[in-house]
Design a protein around this ligand. Structure first.
Ligand SMILES: O=C([O-])[C@@H](O)[C@@H](O)[C@H](O)[C@@H](O)C(=O)[O-]
Ligand SMILES: [Mg+2]
Length: 426
């Protein structure tokens, strides 16, 4: 047997404290969930991957973990086929890990992704090269990220057990609160682009917030993302108001057809991580002229190599490329950084939820922000190492916290029973 044969795979769910960040489907629960994948090969080398941890996703991951034992970590096409077959045989449904916001991504690609990342980590360690080298080589030494602003409450309502103790951000429910949040984030990380998660308050309030941010930070590119909370008419009106102010408008309205109607009127590019989330969405999106920027996300586009394929397709059809994020830990940030570094046409600052958390499963030091950008790790593989004690603690936190699926809507309704999750809302 080759020494690169997979002999053990573990899937470890973890939970980390998450602030009450508001979005159009509800509010973040007190803990965000992730699953940590560890692959070990015959010679003892190990590789890391990170993904969602909803119950159904974990069930699929565990089945896939068993199915790939004995595969060669260099045989990623074969591993993809094994996982495809394995997922097709399961009757498990749901578990997208993103609160129902991205339901039409490929389930097999979503399951394959963290295993691919872990295999690439091992490939890099075997060759003594960083993962970015396996993707064609870094074209930038550091990857710029954006300040990802959220409307948020000061704390989780009725919180007990010191859950808000580390929330240093305070309340942000109006332009002043967002400006304070933006200053703090830019002071701490040096970000050179700003994204606001919208779809929370009526559009005019969010337009006012963006205008206030623009007045405060006139040289910083801005984006607004209401996660399809607006009708076509509202979107067209907001687009006119924000002409010359945002670098792109992200998912103003649901669906390829609605986006195409808005795109025909809007002056700025429209971006998406909702209506183009799998390869079979690309052709209709191009034919309908629905979007001009696609936000890639290796967690559901099938890993790093398939995300580069997405980059190539976007380039071919003249579409821009940005990068999407959900609440995540250090393994994901490392993977996102290697991918972005090796994707020449990924020219927008990437999204990251990084500033919103204070815990991690990786040892500190490997990843840092310098002037809003993460220097690409240059050591072998992903360049991050598990902190065993932290992994155990965050796994215990998962067992204790009682949350098993991301449910922003259910959590919001437990606080405000009148809340209805509807799209478009305005
Ligand atoms: O974390 C959130 O609340 C975001 O709304 C996230 O779930 C979205 O997937 C995302 O950031 C987006 O750009 O749509
Ligand atoms: Mg988005």
């Amino acid at each position: 047997m080759a020494v690169s044969t997979i002999r053990r795979v573990t899937v470890t769910p973890v939970a980390f404290v998450d602030p009450p960040l508001l979005n159009t489907v509800g509010v973040h629960q007190p803990y965000a969930l992730r699953a940590i994948i560890r692959i070990e090969i015959d010679n003892g080398l190990t590789g890391l991957g990170e993904t969602y941890a909803d119950t159904a996703h974990i069930a699929r991951m565990e089945a896939a973990a068993d199915a790939i034992i004995g595969s060669d970590v260099f045989a990623l096409n074969r591993i993809h086929r094994i996982i495809d077959d394995c997922v097709a045989q399961l009757s498990v449904t749901g578990g997208d890990g993103v609160a129902g916001m991205i339901t039409t991504a490929s389930t097999a690609d979503r399951v394959f992704s963290p295993f691919e990342v872990a295999c690439l980590d091992i490939q890099g360690k075997t060759l003594g090269r960083p993962v970015s080298d396996l993707l064609g080589g870094a074209v930038r030494a550091a990857v710029p990220f954006s300040a990802y602003l959220f409307y948020k409450w000061a704390g989780h309502p009725g919180a007990t057990g010191g859950i808000d103790e580390h929330d240093r951000w305070g309340e942000a429910i109006d332009p002043d609160g967002l400006i304070r949040q933006a200053h703090r984030m830019i002071d701490d990380y040096g970000f050179t682009a700003i994204k606001l998660k919208g779809g929370v308050f009526p559009p005019d309030e969010e337009v006012a917030a963006i205008k206030a941010l623009h007045a405060e930070f006139p040289d910083i590119p801005l984006r607004l993302d209401p996660n399809a909370a607006w009708t076509v008419d509202t979107s067209v009106r907001v687009a006119a108001e924000l002409d010359g102010i945002v670098e792109y408008l992200e998912d103003p309205t649901p669906g390829l057809d609605g986006m195409a109607e808005v795109a025909a009127e809007a002056k700025m590019p429209l971006a998406t991580n909702m209506c183009v989330v799998a390869f079979d969405h690309l052709k209709p999106a191009v034919l309908k002229n629905s979007v001009s920027v696609v936000l890639s996300d290796h967690h559901y586009w099938g890993g790093l190599q398939r995300s580069r394929l997405l980059g190539g397709i976007c380039e071919t059809f003249g579409m821009g490329l940005s990068m999407h994020s959900n609440s995540h830990l250090g393994i994901s940030l490392a993977a996102m950084t290697h991918l972005a570094a090796a994707t020449p046409n990924l020219t927008y600052a990437c999204d990251t939820h990084w500033p919103w958390k204070f815990e991690d499963v990786v040892k500190p030091g490997a990843l840092r922000f310098v002037d809003g950008a993460v220097p690409v790790p240059t050591g072998p593989g992903l360049g991050v190492e598990i902190d065993e004690a932290a992994l155990e603690r965050l796994h215990q936190q998962y067992l204790d916290c009682g949350i098993r699926d991301r449910d922003d809507t259910g959590y919001m309704q437990s606080i405000d029973p009148s809340f209805v999750n509807t799209s478009p809302r305005w």
